[in-house]
Design a protein around this ligand. Structure first.
Ligand code: DGI
Ligand code: FE
Ligand code: FE
Length: 190
C-alpha cells in the first residue's frame, strides 16, 4: 500500500475531524523522522494508518479482538485502547501490510510497550504532540522531542500515567512496561 492509497483508505473510514488529526500526525511524524534519521516510508504509512480503526464501533472492535490472536485482556480495559491493536490487525489481514515496523507502530501507538523502536516512538510522540494537542505538559514534550526521542516519549508516558491515575482510571500494563523501560534510559542506565 502506498501513501496515497493509505490516505484514501483513512479518508473513507474516519470522520473529518479524525482525518485532519491524522494528517497533522503525519506531518509531525515526518519532522521527527528527519530529526532522528528514520526512513520516511514506514513512518508515513504508520502515521497515516495509526487511527484507522478509531471510528469503528466498540462492538465491532470487540468482535475483532475475540476472533484474533490479540490478547483478550484488552477487553477489560477502556475501549479507547482497542483501536490500535485492531487497526494493526486489519491492516495486516485486509490490506496485506507485512512491514512489522508499520504494524507495531500502529498497534502500540496508544499504550507504548517495552523496547519501543524508533518508529514506535515517532508515531507515539507525533500523536501526542501534533499541533492541535493542548493538554498540560505538552509543550515540554514538544521541546524534549527536538533533542531526545526517548526522553520525550518517557515524559509523555509519565504524563499519561499521571493523568489516568488522577482520574482513577486503570493503566494498561504495556504503558507501565514502556515507562519502566525508558526510565532506565532517562536515569542513565542503558
Ligand atoms: O486516538 P487518539 O485520540 O489520537 O489518541 P490515543 O490513541 O493516544 O488514545 C486515546 C486515549 O487513551 C489517551 O488519551 C489516554 C487513554 N488511555 C486509556 N487507558 C490508557 C490510555 N492511554 C495509555 N497510554 N495507557 C492506558 O492504559
Ligand atoms: Fe489513537
Ligand atoms: Fe491519534
Amino acid at each position: 500500500m502506498n501513501k496515497s492509497e493509505a490516505i484514501a483508505l483513512v479518508k473513507s473510514r474516519l470522520t473529518e475531524e479524525r482525518f485532519a488529526h491524522t494528517m497533522r500526525v503525519a506531518e509531525t511524524a515526518q519532522i521527527l523522522a528527519e530529526r532522528y534519521n528514520e526512513p520516511q516510508e514506514a513512518v508515513q504509512l504508520a502515521a497515516i494508518l495509526h487511527d484507522v480503526a478509531k471510528n469503528d464501533p466498540p462492538g465491532k472492535l470487540k468482535h475483532w479482538i475475540l476472533n484474533s490472536d490479540l490478547p483478550d485482556d484488552l477487553l477489560t480495559f477502556h475501549h479507547e485502547l482497542w483501536h490500535g491493536p485492531v487497526g494493526a490487525l486489519l491492516m495486516e489481514q485486509e490490506q496485506g501490510i507485512t512491514d512489522r515496523r508499520v504494524l507495531n507502530a500502529i498497534r502500540y501507538h496508544t499504550t507504548g510497550r517495552a523496547g519501543m523502536t524508533t518508529c514506535d516512538m515517532i508515531i507515539f510522540l507525533a500523536d501526542y504532540i501534533e499541533p492541535a494537542r493542548d493538554f498540560p505538559g505538552v509543550d515540554n514534550v514538544r521541546k524534549a522531542a527536538q533533542r531526545d526521542l526517548c526522553e520525550a516519549t518517557w515524559l509523555a508516558l509519565r504524563n499519561t500515567i499521571r493523568h489516568l491515575i488522577d482520574k482513577q482510571a486503570m493503566v494498561y500494563p504495556d504503558t507501565f512496561y514502556a515507562y519502566n523501560d525508558l526510565t532506565k534510559y532517562v536515569n542513565g542506565g542503558h
